[in-house]
Design a protein around this ligand. Structure first.
Ligand code: SF4
Ligand code: SF4
Length: 183
């Protein structure tokens, strides 16, 4: 498999091997089971194929790696034990770190807000995530009625603000320092 043409992402190759893309024989069972396939421009099997060939750019530029919700259906369905979900996760991490964003602006904004939220609270906090996302997108009414429905059914809990945020930020800073030392 060729080396990645992505500065500072040498470890991507090692992680990639642990997900066994080389075992893929393109049966498309992953694609058939993926609930997000209709929202993707490359099917899960195509993403695996590009990564296995070392031709990463089409995968890194695709909408697919951002549309994936990591439900792991693809991984569970694969007869070759290819960890398709992990491959999507790796591709998205590399794309993000190398400055690529989702082609769909709404997904790009949500993902940036989600990462910011994780950095502040250590995990998803619904109220701050919603506020950050709305401020970034400046689209304050989008999904408003959907949000009301979710609140009325108890699926959104805006009062649940995670504790221990400072601890998470120290942890992230330590990881960043370690990454900078090994880069
Ligand atoms: S299910 Fe597994 S073997 Fe089949 S196409 Fe997907 S990754 Fe390849
Ligand atoms: S993990 Fe991602 S690619 Fe796999 S089935 Fe779920 S949404 Fe689709």
């Amino acid at each position: 498999m060729p080396q990645p043409a992505i500065a500072g992402e040498g470890s991507f190759l090692a992680h990639l091997r642990t997900a066994s893309p080389n075992a893929c024989f393109q049966c498309n069972r992953c694609t058939a089971g993926c609930p997000l396939a209709p929202a993707m421009d490359l099917t899960p099997a195509q993403v695996v194929h590009y990564l296995l060939l070392g031709d990463w750019e089409p995968a890194l530029q695709s909408q697919s790696i951002w549309a994936c919700v990591h439900c792991e259906t693809c991984t569970a369905r694969c007869p070759q034990q290819v960890d398709v979900s992990k491959l999507f996760h790796l591709a998205r991490a590399v794309a993000w770190r190398s400055g690529r964003v989702a082609p769909d602006q709404a997904i790009a904004t949500y993902f940036a807000s989600f990462i910011e939220n994780l950095y502040i609270y250590g995990r998803a906090a619904e109220l701050p995530l919603t506020v950050i996302c709305k401020l970034k997108s400046e689209d304050y009414l989008r999904d408003f009625t959907l949000g009301l429905r979710l609140i009325s059914r108890g699926r959104l809990n805006f009062l649940n603000i995670p504790r221990g945020a400072a601890r998470y930020r120290r942890l992230y800073e330590r990881v960043r320092q370690q990454e900078a030392q090994t880069a």
